[in-house]
Design a protein around this ligand. Structure first.
Ligand code: MRU
Length: 347
């Protein structure tokens, strides 16, 4: 991929500051946990798989920065970093999944002393990054088979290279289809209020030479009615055991419009986004973000001071509206509770 969203450089986490795109491609070198937590909270790094990788690298960073020979104290510092990072954003389960996996690795290496813990945690974080790469590729291949040639897809937010370590999830399907020779055109919903679609999706698709047209979120239903749209492709932040899927606010509306126009609606997500411990979408915690992101977006006040603002960052698409869930293990079809129990949990 032309973009490297996150990388580990011996005691430093290098990320692209996504709040500066598309005007400026700026890298940030992060060496401390509070700075990393702020970067996640402020969406300098964002997207479910990418924040999972960031949390894993953060725990490795806590071990890296620890000086001394007391393994128990180092373990406490690592766990503390894990809980700070886990408190940054509540919806994407990949964050908690990655913290849990790093805690397991810590427990495994604890008795080997500080050097063993440090090298083990760095190794585990890099393994998570590598696995995300191959997961993206496999998911892309699995999903690409669903697209006709030529294909027009509608997407929302950014579920691409900037949200993962490689190819992306929903956009991974687009990249894989394009690599296989299919002609793919993407309608990218701008994604109010922080414009991940307008700023990030269109930027990275153009970097890769993919045809992209940015539309207002409110234009999506009209585009489905008046243009030839073959499918909707979105990512997910958490998928419940029954297939209900949380994703960027506006996804649910897209799913309803897709159903009304008989257009297939696909969610592309790695298995680490499926949370069998959350029975239905009703139990998925929805992040609410500061009002100023709507009332003063990008520094310009557009809402009067005395009006209240509600800013949920995610919504839940009920499983009935989802045609298929594209994972690295294959495409899941309804009934999703059975597909998830059979193909995901039982492995
Ligand atoms: O608030 P964001 O930008 O982190 O929201 C991201 C999304 O909603 C993505 O669609 C989701 O994380 C999947 S990314 C592969």
């Amino acid at each position: 991929m032309p973009v490297e969203t996150i990388a580990w450089k011996d005691g430093c986490i290098r990320i692209i500051d996504q709040t500066r795109l598309p005007q400026n491609l700026v890298h940030l070198d992060i060496r401390e946990i509070p700075a990393l937590a702020d970067a996640v909270r402020e969406l300098k790094i964002r997207g479910a798989p990418a924040i999972g990788i960031a949390a894993a690298m953060g725990m490795a960073l806590a071990a890296w920065n620890f000086s001394g020979k007391d393994a128990e104290k180092m373990a406490r510092a690592v766990r503390e970093a894990g809980s700070i990072l886990a408190s940054t954003r509540p919806t994407a389960v990949n964050l908690f999944w990655a913290v849990g996996r790093m805690e397991k690795r810590l427990a495994r290496d604890l008795h080997g002393g500080v050097d063993k813990i440090r090298s083990g945690l760095v190794e585990e974080a890099l393994l998570i990054l590598e696995e995300d790469r191959s997961t993206c590729r496999q998911m892309g291949r699995n999903g690409a088979a669903l697209l006709p040639d030529p294909a027009a897809v509608v997407t929302l937010c950014n579920a691409g290279a900037l949200a993962t370590s490689d190819f992306g999830t929903a956009l991974g399907v687009v990249y894989a289809a394009a690599e296989s020779g299919k002609r793919v055109q993407v309608f990218a919903c701008e994604t109010r209020p922080l414009l991940q679609g307008a700023r990030l999706t269109s930027w990275e698709l153009r970097q890769s030479g993919i045809d992209v047209t940015v539309i207002c979120d409110s234009a999506a239903a009209h585009v489905m009615k008046t243009q030839k749209v073959d499918c909707i492709l979105v990512g997910a932040d958490r998928i419940a055991a029954n297939g209900d899927a949380a994703n960027k606010i506006g996804t649910y509306g897209l799913a309803i419009a897709a159903r009304a126009h008989r257009i297939p609606f696909y969610v592309a997500a790695p298995v680490s986004t499926i949370d069998p411990a959350t029975p239905t979408g009703a139990e998925i915690p929805i992040e609410h973000r500061p009002a100023r992101e709507i009332s003063e977006s990008f520094g310009v006040r557009t809402v009067p001071e005395n009006a209240s603002v509600l800013n949920p960052a995610f919504d839940v698409t009920p499983h009935e509206f989802i045609t298929g869930i594209i994972t690295e293990k294959g495409v899941l079809y309804p009934p999703f509770d059975e597909a998830i129990a059979g193909k995901i949990i039982s492995d």
